[in-house]
Unconditional design. Structure first.
Length: 254
């Protein structure tokens, strides 16, 4: 009998993960980052009493090509690639977990990871009275404005845990910025949740994988440089120095 109960519980959790949910509200944000160059995003938060889903993807073309001609008439072509991969973050209140999904990787984190300080100050955003809260989170200091009149602990990106919906949040360096453009309540739309076959890793595991990928790239470039140096003639000296990859800051600094 005990084994039968355990099996039922396992099946329930699996199918609960794979279920979609009906959104009762929709909040569209203006999302701008200036961590590795200025970027604008399409950003929407869907939510009900149990779940939220934040979806963001960069605006603009995935590839921008510019060509310049120098004084010696040599042509140089610069190719700028922009990551337009869609990122989704599902917040499950019951499980206190954040499911972070991209086409490349899936990461599982716990929710309520910001230690907010509630302030006395208030202001209006789009005719909605909001209260101020502040926190330090992964290398940045943030100010958030939340609506107590909408008592749901959701927000854009990974921000959550306040006693009201977050309508605006930004960091002290003006490198990360979210602000409400439109909000629709009531709202009624089915939102795709987890498919059920995702393979999640922790944030620590993800950071290890990224570090190993960067080191592998450096090693490959060093080996390539050695092969090119070996092609030099007997009376030639060739020395190639491989510079370190440019570190992208991103929203999280630690």
């Amino acid at each position: 009998m005990k084994r039968f109960i355990i099996v039922l519980q396992f099946l329930f959790v699996f199918f609960a993960y794979s279920q979609d949910f009906v959104s009762k509200g929709k909040l569209e944000y203006e999302m701008i980052t200036n961590t590795d160059g200025l970027k604008n995003y399409n950003a929407i938060l869907y939510f009900n009493e149990s779940y939220s889903k934040f979806i963001a993807n960069a605006k603009g073309p995935s590839k921008e090509v510019t060509e310049t001609i120098k004084d010696d008439n040599s042509q140089h072509m610069n190719v700028k690639l922009q990551d337009t991969t869609e990122t989704s973050i599902i917040n499950s209140l019951k499980e206190k977990k954040l499911y972070i999904l991209t086409s490349k990787i899936s990461i599982l984190e716990r929710s309520n990871i910001q230690n907010w300080i509630l302030e006395e100050e208030s202001k209006e955003i789009g005719n909605v009275v909001c209260n101020k809260a502040t926190c330090d989170f992964r290398g940045r200091s943030y100010t958030a404005w939340y609506a107590s009149s909408i008592p749901l602990p959701y927000g854009p990106w990974k921000f959550n845990g306040l006693p009201g919906l977050i309508l605006e949040v930004y960091d002290s360096k003006n490198e990360v910025y979210f602000s409400m453009k439109t909000i629709v309540i009531p709202f009624n739309q089915k939102v795709i949740g987890l498919i059920g076959n995702e393979k999640f890793i922790s944030r620590d595991q993800y950071r290890i994988i990224e570090k190993e990928k960067k080191q592998k790239f450096v090693n490959e470039m060093n080996e390539k440089a050695k092969r090119i140096e070996a092609t030099a003639g007997k009376d030639e000296v060739m020395k190639i120095t491989v510079s370190k990859p440019v570190e992208k800051k991103g929203i999280e600094l630690d």
